[in-house]
Write a protein that binds this ligand. Sequence first.
Ligand code: AMP
Length: 218
Amino acid sequence: MNIILLGPPGAGKGTQARRLVDERGMTQLSTGDMLRAARTSGTEMGARVAAIMDAGELVTDEIVIGLIEEQLAGEAGQGGGFIFDGFPRTLAQADALGDLLDRHGVGLDAAVEMRVDDRALVERIVARSTCGSCGEVYNDVTRPIPADGRCSNCGGTEFKRRADDTAEALTTRLMEYYKKTSPLIGYYHCKGSLRTVDGLGEIDAVAQAIAGVLEDKS
Ligand code: AMP
């Protein structure tokens, strides 16, 4: 089973992708995570993408398609299926993904749109932090870091905030989403792959809705 998680920043794509990895043994391919790793690697590409990411803009199609291509080559055939998290984000990326999947003889089962409203996104994002060890997501208001300062998932004691999780960068990230990524909803609708879930509910409820999509498809 191979799926795309589609939705604006803060929709909960990463949180749901991690659940699918834990519960179904799927492989999460997050271009955001790959780019965050690249920017700390000291490479020329890392330096180029850091400023773009911090401003909330999209990195070039060429770079992210290259990253996904490398990952697919390395991971193909491992079973469990792929979750494309934060990729594709443009029509050119969607076309490239279709070609790559064809080349690997892999099908796309669903593009799952996680629908949320913008006010909820701002509240989620500016209050967000993650465990530095396992990536568990916390929220200052709705899910604070446990009082003992230890991650409830792995016991880690270091928590990070993303440089682009500011109200200012979020405005740009949302604009990029509506201009460049939201056309993918129509694109996958036309291909018959689009499924929409309500991304505003509790994490468990959203996970259940996504599980429903996967069951329908299996
Ligand atoms: P994310 O972790 O998915 O929210 O991505 C963080 C940032 O990485 C985005 O705001 C973009 O700057 C960059 N990025 C991640 N995935 C892509 C993509 N598929 N295309 C272009 N830029 C991306």
